[in-house]
Design a protein around this ligand. Structure first.
Ligand code: FES
Length: 112
């Protein structure tokens, strides 16, 4: 199954939702599963940091969009819990966010 969204809706630095994916543009288009591995926040509501990582809107966990792995654990109160950060990083090594393929076709992005 694939989704089609207008490319103009995903300028650099933006993240949007397309079916089960958070689709973003960090200089390259990417698509990853949109449920955060922490408490399932919608990553399509997230942002992109200066390193091109996808940042969760709830507790600012960061994901490498190429591997689907968490590179920074949940922040705020959760950052004070011993082992939580490394635990989620290890979890996403085993269960990374799924990655979709984004293809530009004229003015549209095809996500599959
Ligand atoms: S739900 Fe994503 S970091 Fe908490």
């Amino acid at each position: 199954m694939s989704a089609s969204i207008p490319a103009e809706g995903v300028p650099e630095g933006r993240v949007v939702g397309a079916d089960g994916y958070a689709v973003g543009n960090n200089g390259d288009y990417f698509a990853v599963g949109r449920k955060c591995r922490h408490l399932r926040a919608d990553l399509a509501q997230g942002s992109i940091d200066e390193d091109g990582c996808l940042v969760c809107p709830w507790h600012q966990a960061k994901y490498d969009v190429n591997t689907g792995e968490m590179t920074q654990g949940p922040q705020g109160i959760f950052a004070k819990i011993p082992g939580l950060d490394i635990g989620f990083k290890l979890l996403t090594k085993v269960l990374p966010l799924k990655r979709g393929k984004v293809t530009q076709l004229n003015n549209d992005l095809i996500v599959e």
